[in-house]
Design a protein around this ligand. Structure first.
Ligand code: FAD
Length: 515
């Protein structure tokens, strides 16, 4: 029996350090499975340095690693994210905007409140009717108060963070507190075992580093899974057309400028622009399809946006990043598993990449095979689970595009039947007659819950013909009650919660109460 105890992670970006921290924290909790974790990172290849939007899962991930939320917020220029607002996605007309908040609708686990909203029990937007978060975002409120303990929430939240600072912060915590060994060296080759496994990685500066399980976090290059094992890549460019991003960092005009409590995603003629509020600056970027617009025109659109938010568009440097939507055919091959960009990438419309890293690291921590013999079944299970997850994310991202009524060629192409996955067409057929609900998805833990689909569908004006026989008076009364309760809750939260900037300033001075 060959025990699996030596874990070698290659790559020190967000994926590498989150995986290292998650595994190290899990091994600390259990005396049965001591793991020796080494992270090898090139001192010459920079991390991608973008990736600033996250999901609420990040709170659990950081807490499990024993990180103080106050330290994280202060050192990563981080802020609170309460959802995303999509501007101009429906038809590009004046006032075209909807929210995808991070709070589930009132009574979500008992009742599908979309039925009541569709039957006109409440006027106003779907998100505003079913949860208080749209009102909080509109009022610029934080999702918690200074008296709320670390990681606790009054309204659900994730973070916006500075990707470079985050990797450095995680590195410091993982090496100092969690005992991860950090080796700054370029991996230049692989030594294979007789059975075809990776026995060791060969480095330029630190010799050979051997291990039992190798985690490929080398970014787009996919050095171990892609280059060494030759595991193929499935492009999804026929569904998701974006393949370029231009990123720019926009300073705030004043030290007390308000911080956006949500990600702003503004549709453009051939893509969309993200706008993320950090403590120290706004992170802004244009994601677009090179088949529909050239780089100069994309740059001009981004400049116009930066100008519209008060930035000096001509002076700020823009960084161009090229990518291809898609993922590996398998993610775990022999004794190597890819996590992060090495496993694949889809445009950052719903911040799914770091979320997938967290889910992957947690899966590996929970199902860490005890021996080499146990690794193959775990790998098969991992591959099936993650193929499902990627497919769901592709469907969900595509949903944002195909419901649009915008007329530019990029948007019209997004509605072409051949660009829409069959799985999504089938769900849309179902959703014409009934709103999305838990049974539409078959995993206990979905990447996006049914509520997320409801927020996008009804935010985009999708019509579900429900209820065909009218609402019962009981259901109507229940809806009225919940919608009223939601309004009152939103008003009460707005009264008692500070603005995001106020709260972050207070956290910097006093800190949050530790858990
Ligand atoms: P990288 O950051 O590229 O790290 C790769 C590591 O591998 C580096 O440390 C490098 O030194 C190392 N390496 C490479 N070659 C070698 C070698 N030979 N030897 C040793 N080490 C080596 N995700 C989100 O969740 N939310 C977002 O809002 C978001 N926005 C994005 C916007 C854009 C434009 C892009 C392109 C991505 C975005 N992402 C987002 C994705 C997110 O940035 C990544 O998922 C995340 O940063 C993880 O990257 P990584 O660690 O896999 O790769």
């Amino acid at each position: 029996m060959e025990p699996v105890t030596r874990i070698v992670i290659v790559g020190g970006g967000t994926a590498g350090w989150l995986t290292a921290g998650t595994l190290a924290a899990a091994t600390r909790e259990s005396d049965e499975r001591p793991l020796e974790i080494t992270l090898v990172e090139s001192p010459n290849v920079p991390i991608i340095g973008v990736g600033e939007g996250t999901w609420p899962t990040m709170r659990r991930t950081l807490k499990r690693m024993g990180i103080r939320e106050t330290d994280f917020l202060n050192q990563c220029s981080a802020s609170f994210k309460q959802g995303a607002q999509f501007v101009g996605w429906v038809d590009g007309s004046q006032g075209d905007a909807y929210y995808h908040p991070l709070v589930l609708p009132q009574g979500y686990f008992e009742t599908n409140m979309a039925r009541q909203w569709l039957a006109g029990v409440s006027d106003g937007s779907f998100a505003a009717a079913v949860c208080p978060q749209e009102a909080l975002c509109e009022a610029g409120r934080a999702p918690k108060a200074i008296t709320t303990a670390e990681y606790d929430a009054v309204a659900n939240y994730a973070y916006h963070l500075d990707a470079g600072a985050f990797s450095r912060f995680l590195q410091e915590h993982c090496t100092r507190v969690l005992g991860v060994r950090h080796v700054a060296a370029d991996v230049t080759g692989i030594r294979s075992a007789e059975n075809g496994d990776i026995a060791a990685v060969l480095t330029m500066q630190a010799g050979e580093i051997s291990g039992d399980l190798f985690i490929d976090c080398t970014g787009f290059r996919a050095l171990l899974l892609g280059e060494h094992f030759g595991v193929g890549f499935i492009p999804w460019t026929q569904v998701l057309f974006a393949d370029r991003a231009l990123a720019v960092q926009v300073p705030y005009p004043a030290a007390d400028s308000p911080i956006l409590p949500h990600t702003l995603s503004t549709a453009q003629r051939a893509g969309w622009i993200w706008d993320i509020g950090l403590q120290s600056r706004r992170g802004v970027g244009h994601v677009y399809s090179s088949a529909h617009i050239d780089d100069d025109a994309a740059r001009a659109d981004l400049r116009a946006y930066v100008h519209s938010i008060g930035g000096d568009a001509e002076a700020l440097p823009m960084r161009k990043i090229e990518f291809q939507a898609g993922h590996r055919t398998r993610f775990w091959e022999r004794n190597c598993v890819a996590v992060g960009l090495s496993a694949g990438f889809l445009e950052p419309l719903e911040a799914s990449a770091i979320l997938l890293v967290e889910i992957a690291a947690q899966f590996i921590a929970e199902q860490m095979p005890a021996t080499r013999a146990a690794m193959d079944p775990v790998a098969r299970r991992y591959n099936t689970t993650f193929a499902y997850r990627w497919a769901r994310i592709i469907d969900f991202l595509k949903l944002h595009y195909l419901l649009s009524r915008r007329t530019e060629p990029f948007w019209a192409d997004n509605r072409r039947t051949e660009s829409i996955p069959e799985s999504l067409t089938e769900l849309l057929t179902l959703w014409r007659e009934q709103p999305p609900w838990h049974d539409d998805f078959d995993r206990a833990v979905e990447v996006f819950p049914a509520a997320s689909y409801q927020y996008v569908l009804y935010g985009m004006g999708f019509e579900t013909r429900v209820p065909p026989r009218g609402l019962s008076s009981q259901a109507r009364a229940h809806g009225e009650q919940l919608f009223m309760h939601n309004k009152q809750e939103a008003a009460a939260m707005i009264q008692r919660l500070p603005s995001t900037r106020d709260l972050l300033d207070r956290i910097a001075r006093y800190g949050l109460q530790p858990v």
